[in-house]
Design a protein. Structure first.
Length: 490
């Protein structure tokens, strides 16, 4: 084993450069290969930082991984039995590694100073003010981390952009690092994350690919190899793709834009299906059998949500405008416009079906998370649906198995604002549906597929309506019970 022979920083970076060809051909998916003891720090203990670093800690027990965040509550939760992120399988991974080689801390500077590799996994939301408001990414958190690194980095480090950022952000980080006297020489890499919430552990365990972008210089190549060797513990080498910095940064935005585009495409077709008696699931199945199109991401819905699709497509739109490509910007903006329209269309269909008024009617909203198996509600279509129904003076009762009541109320009504008395949260789906004039399924939680709909129907005023915004129920069976049941694109 080279592990005990090779020196740690600062020499290891150069050693990796020398060992590069060896590593490139030998990084296997098991744990028996050369490693230099390393310390990793990740700034940002959110949906990406927490699970990603937990997986690295599990797969590389000899690497010390410290996840840091300014948010004390979040760090306390990572150190407790109730993790701040609900993700199937995550508890087990954290339990295995925490305290062994996985640590959660608020000592941001201390952890950066000690680390050989610093992942930057902070939030990059859409800017809400000034130039680019509503489109550009707000890079203030990225800049703040870059400045902290520049202040405390006295030994060479590899800085890894894990956050999703606009193309060419690495040059900003490099410029900030270069501006601080006394900062050690650091290499900046781009290593975007492709995990999806709800399947994060499976995605991390068996990623379709790991993308690493770096400078095409000997030092840059050495840094790429060092990071590749970390993933190489469990990811087959052929799945680790290396590119230049800008291709890697841009690929992340493009991947999300293509995925979001597929959903908007099928959602646009769902409206045409409703007008023509075609069935969108049948159409999706028929086109998805074409291997050039493929079956995934063709599920028509009430509209996509989540913290990233909208923000990343808008960021792409902004970049295209910035680089003088208005036609390209308009093309991608269409993805967001269709999504907004689809969310409004769902709520409007409910109102229209209920004889053009939902005032004082009870509407049960089943599901609030932006997709099943997560407690994340960011940009969830449920927020828009609830708001539209409240605007029509409906009494909205929400049930979600994982999202707490105060979160639901704050998301719909705003934080620090007095809640709308027409909005309430139920503890079970049955409680939400009791006495409801209509049910709207907004998140595809599995439990909504197997509810006792006969019992629910019996407790509703007639005609009883059900709007399945996820096409997860058997509409024919529901109609046989007596429901006026509608899906999306059917
Ligand atoms: P998040 O909001 O859940 O977590 C970000 C964390 O960074 C927060 O806890 C915040 O307190 C912390 N932070 C911000 N500034 C800091 C600073 N200066 N020092 C220390 N901590 C700081 O965000 P997330 O969902 O984990 O996303 C992070 C990035 O990853 C984003 O760019 C996002 O686009 C990208 N991404 C997210 C997902 C996802 O599924 N959520 C998937 C792929 C990529
Ligand atoms: C998405 C991407 O899938 C990840 O690869 C990426 O890393 C991540 O964004 C990110 O950058 O944050 P995520 O948003 O967690 O992951 O979840 P998805 O499974 O992509 O779902 C996004 C939204 O689209 C959800 O509201 C989902 O219900 C909806 N969706 C998805 C559909 O309406 N139809 C589909 O066929 C697929």
């Amino acid at each position: 084993m080279l592990r005990n022979v090779l020196p740690r920083v600062p020499g290891w970076l150069g050693k990796y450069c020398l060992e590069k060809s060896h590593l490139a051909s030998t990084v296997p998916s098991d744990s028996h290969h050369p490693f230099i003891p390393m310390k990793i720090c990740c700034v940002g203990a959110g949906y990406v930082g927490g699970p990603t670093m937990s997986m690295i800690a599990r797969k590389a027990p000899d690497i010390q991984v410290t996840v840091v965040d300014l948010n004390e509550r979040r760090i306390a939760a990572w150190n407790s039995d109730v993790l701040p992120v609900y993700e199937p399988g995550l508890d087990e991974v954290v339990r295995e590694a925490r305290g062994r080689n996985l640590f959660f801390s608020t000592d941001v500077k201390g952890a950066i100073a000690e680390a050989d590799i610093v992942f930057v996994s902070v939030n990059t939301p859409t800017k809400t003010y000034g130039v680019g408001a509503g489109r550009a990414a707000d890079l203030r958190y990225i800049e703040s981390v870059a400045r902290t690194i520049a202040e405390v980095a006295k030994t060479p480090k590899i800085i890894v952009e894990k956050s999703t950022i606009p193309v060419r952000t690495a040059s900003t980080i490099q410029e900030i690092l270069a501006a601080y006297p006394g900062t050690a020489k650091c290499q900046v890499l781009s290593n975007p994350e492709f995990l999806a919430e709800g399947t994060a552990i499976a995605d991390l365990e068996k990623p379709d690919r790991v993308l690493i972008g770096g400078e095409r210089t000997p030092e840059g190549e050495a840094a790429i190899e060092t990071l590749a060797s970390v993933y190489g513990r469990w990811v087959p080498r052929e799945r680790i793709i290396t590119t230049n910095l800008w291709s890697s940064e841009l690929s992340k935005l493009v991947a999300n834009a293509f995925l979001a585009q597929r959903i908007s495409s099928i959602n646009a077709i769902s409206a045409l299906c409703e007008a023509t008696e075609a069935d969108v699931d049948e159409v999706a199945n028929a086109i998805g059998k074409d291997s050039r199109i493929g079956p995934k991401f063709l599920k028509a819905s009430v509209g996509f949500g989540g913290s990233c699709f909208q923000k990343d497509v808008l960021n792409l739109v902004y970049l295209c405008e910035h680089f003088g490509l208005p036609e390209v910007a308009t093309y991608w903006e269409g993805v967001i416009k269709i999504n907004d329209w689809q969310k409004r269309r769902f709520a409007a269909k409910i109102v229209r079906s209920l004889f053009n008024t939902v005032a004082d009617k009870r509407i049960a909203v089943l599901g609030f998370a932006f997709k099943k198996d997560t407690n994340d509600t960011r940009e969830s279509a449920a927020i828009n649906v609830c708001r539209d129904l409240l605007t029509e003076h409906a009494n909205v009762v929400v049930y979600d198995p994982k999202v707490p009541a105060d979160e639901i109320i704050a998301d719909v009504c705003g934080r620090g604002v007095s809640p709308n008395p027409r909005l309430s949260v139920a503890k079970t789906a049955y409680e939400a549906c009791a006495g409801a004039h209509a049910i709207a399924i907004v998140t595809e939680w599995d439990e909504f597929k197997t509810l006792d709909y006969e019992k629910i129907y019996a407790g509703m005023p007639k005609p009883a309506f059900l709007f399945d915004g996820r096409n997860i129920t058997d509409l024919a069976k529901l109609r046989a019970i007596g429901f006026r049941a509608r899906g999306i694109g059917k």
